[in-house]
Design a protein around this ligand. Structure first.
Ligand code: SF4
Ligand code: SF4
Length: 361
């Protein structure tokens, strides 16, 4: 092997070998786990056939973290967790502990040094996740991180307690209808209500074939100007206001502080437990994009959770519950209006209710 080759990373693409980063107790007991249980809200124990135990303390994070905060998190992991922790897909931080006597000091440090709550296990709400938003993306029509902070303040008690809900409730917030937040029991999505407004003089900076190609409903087409130059036009009857073109060509502006609103979608699930994966469906639309606390969204989510808490059977996820009682009863029980926008009239709709987050109104 040449000297140059020796300097290269052993593997410079793809996912790293996760086994190198496992807690030593995990390595020792790989494939030998016997059972696990919840000790209290936010605290789990996994027990090996050898009798060895690994404790997990789950904390909700803010998802968007400063370097200083990450250093504090690592300090706590060094102190109590032999340097080991992991982030879940919902931005929980799971501190992994070999010694039960470290659990209480670890929770104290999480609460007092980080200011994060411990919980999110069992039949609770998960840490509310949000999309990357203004930190990375050029499309956001709302501040997903800010709205999640406001919402978590409202739902705090359902995060730190177990078994206060019929089943697990996963909540996301997405700052446009492209919905990076993905499927969730309750999803809060921003919606636009008109086609993009194109400034012809700005289109020339964009790669026109790419802009045409990105539209999922082929609503964008090139147009020859009198002078021979090419610009783009949007066929408004086809446009479903998704905003994908704005990411490809920033001059096609679709965000509108006057008309953009937030909507709530229910019943998405990726797990194949019981009823299998399902798409979420439109439940509430037209909520104001009301920064900095989005009180109307918090009120609507709390109303849905309250009816779900009182009406669903144990272990029934949000979508399973609504399918069992029927959407008519959902609207009757929650008091939210059922409108023509809840009906998906596109040729390719999978069923009569709207399962796309692109709502024309
Ligand atoms: S939801 Fe939309 S605006 Fe938000 S990060 Fe994803 S693509 Fe960007
Ligand atoms: S908003 Fe979506 S549907 Fe409308 S033109 Fe742009 S990419 Fe096409």
């Amino acid at each position: 092997m040449s000297a140059t080759a020796k300097k290269m990373a052993p593997r410079d693409n793809g996912a790293p070998d996760y086994k190198k980063n496992l807690h030593p107790v995990m390595v020792e007991n790989y494939g030998k786990w016997d059972y696990h249980e919840k000790l209290r809200p936010g605290v789990l124990v996994h027990v090996s056939t050898s009798g060895e135990k690994l404790f997990t303390v789950r904390a909700g994070s803010t998802r968007t973290l400063s370097v200083d905060k990450i250093r504090l998190i690592c300090d706590i992991a060094d102190r109590y967790c032999q340097g080991h922790l992991r982030f879940t897909s919902r931005a929980n931080i799971e501190f992994l502990l070999a010694n039960e006597s470290d659990v209480d000091p670890c929770i104290k440090a999480i609460n007092e040094e980080l200011g994060f709550p411990v919980g999110g296990t069992g039949h609770s709400i998960s840490n509310v996740t949000h999309t990357q938003g203004w930190m990375h993306c050029n499309l956001p029509g709302t501040d997903a991180a800010g709205s999640v902070k406001a919402l978590m303040d409202e739902l705090y008690s359902d995060f730190i307690t177990d078994n206060n809900l019929p089943a697990r409730v996963k909540i996301t917030a997405s700052c446009c209808s492209i919905n990076c937040g993905g499927q969730a029991d309750i999803a809060i999505n921003l919606q636009h209500h008109h086609p993009p407004v194109t400034k012809p003089e700005g289109v020339s900076i964009c790669e026109l074939p790419k802009v045409v190609a990105i539209c999922p409903v082929a609503a964008i087409r090139p147009r020859q100007e009198n002078g021979g130059s090419t610009t783009l036009e949007v066929v408004e009857e086809k446009c479903m206001y998704c905003g994908a073109c704005h990411g490809q060509c920033p001059t096609m502006e679709i965000r509108d502080a006057e008309t953009d609103t937030l909507s709530i979608w229910l019943g998405g699930k990726t797990a194949s437990t019981r009823s299998g994966p399902s798409f979420m469906k439109l439940a509430v639309w037209g909520l104001p994009n009301n920064a900095p606390r989005w009180p109307e969204v918090g009120e609507a989510v709390k109303r849905i959770l309250e009816v779900y808490r009182n009406s669903a059977k144990k272990y029934e996820r949000m979508g399973e519950w609504v399918e069992r009682i029927g959407w008519k009863n959902f609207f009757d029980l929650t008091g939210f209006p059922f409108t023509k926008y809840h009906i998906d009239y596109s040729e390719s709709s999978r069923n009569t209710f709207n399962t796309s987050s692109h709502v024309r109104l």
